[in-house]
Write a protein that binds this ligand. Structure first.
Ligand SMILES: Cc1cc2nc3c(=O)[nH]c(=O)nc-3n(C[C@H](O)[C@H](O)[C@H](O)COP(=O)(O)OP(=O)(O)OC[C@H]3O[C@@H](n4cnc5c(N)ncnc54)[C@H](O)[C@@H]3O)c2cc1C
Ligand code: FES
Length: 268
């Protein structure tokens, strides 16, 4: 069992938890995730390691309650199993003028990578998007590492009213961006990738397919990248957005929707 040291509701249905997991904390790098099973009988779900404290032996995760397993995780005081760190660590370098684009709870996996890119010397234009001000997370963590911080909300309650792509477009037109990293809902990552393609600006995205084992064995996380099958858990989760088949990812994410809905209803 892995004790949850602290938990905090940081936005509606979005939790931050600090979990005692010294071995994972010691090895974790930016871009890694864990597979968590909250309690016996729960399914296993992937969640990004947002931060770690080697001295305390803890890792932090931030997750949105969307279904049965995240409901379980929000309630438990200790976690049954955690496997990790998993996934390729992000390739960190000075990419020059870098736009880091985060949408919704995707801002959580974006934070550790943005911190590492900043440390490597990249100049960060951070663009955060949320439904409304109440759903905007981690602005206070992103602000100090950003050379420029821009916010878009659907209802205009914070920053510019509209989508993150509406903020990114003029920056691309003015040739102010050399590299883009986008993490958020699939529709957002697809829209950002389509936007940057004609400008020839390299764009990485972090894919969020369903996962079970996280070690390349089950095949559940398979994605189409430039026509080839890749396993997001071992080959990713980050890929070149211009090579990702987002339609395939959307279809695969919806494959178990009725079962997920049934489990969520049964769990309520
Ligand atoms: C590498 C990786 C890292 C991730 N990191 C985070 C993170 O840091 N924070 C976080 O909140 N989530 C993260 N996710 C997504 C998270 O794993 C899912 O939200 C979780 O599995 C949902 O489980 P559930 O049983 O509660 O809901 P389910 O019953 O599985 O699903 C409920 C609803 O959420 C949708 N859904 C399920 N899985 C996903 C998914 N992977 N992406 C988008 N929608 C989904 C379903 O379509 C359904 O409508 C990550 C996913 C991957 C692959
Ligand atoms: S989660 Fe099973 S192969 Fe990737």
């Amino acid at each position: 069992m892995f004790d949850i040291i602290s938990k905090q509701l940081i936005a509606p249905a979005v939790w931050r938890q600090t979990i005692k997991a010294p071995e994972i904390a010691g090895k974790r790098q930016a871009g890694n995730f864990v597979i968590i099973r909250p309690k016996v009988g729960s399914e296993r779900i992937p969640l990004t390691i947002v931060s770690s404290d080697n001295q305390r032996g803890t890792i932090d995760i931030i997750f949105q309650v969307v279904g049965a397993t995240t409901m379980d995780l929000a309630e438990v005081e200790s976690v049954q199993d955690i496997l990790g760190p998993l996934g390729h660590p992000t390739h960190i370098a000075n990419f020059g003028r870098t736009a880091v684009v985060g949408g919704g709870v995707g801002i959580a996996p974006l934070l550790p990578i943005a911190q590492a890119l900043k440390q490597a010397g990249s100049r960060l234009t951070t663009i955060l998007g949320a439904r409304s001000k109440a759903f905007l997370i981690l602005e206070e963590d992103m602000a100090p590492i950003s050379d420029q911080l821009l916010i878009a909300t659907d209802d205009g309650s914070k920053g510019q009213k509209g989508l993150v792509t509406e903020i990114l477009k003029p920056l691309l037109e003015e040739k102010k961006i050399d590299f883009v990293l986008a993490i958020g809902p699939v529709v957002m990552m697809k829209a950002v990738s389509e936007l940057t393609r004609p400008y020839g600006v390299k764009t990485m995205v972090s894919l969020n397919p369903l996962m079970i084992d996280g070690t390349g064995m089950c095949g559940v996380c398979r994605c189409k990248i430039e026509g080839q099958t890749k396993f997001a858990c071992v080959d990713g989760p980050e890929f070149d957005g211009h090579q990702v088949d987002f339609e395939n990812l959307t279809r695969r994410l919806a494959m178990y929707k009725s079962e997920e809905n049934q489990r969520r209803e049964a769990r309520k």
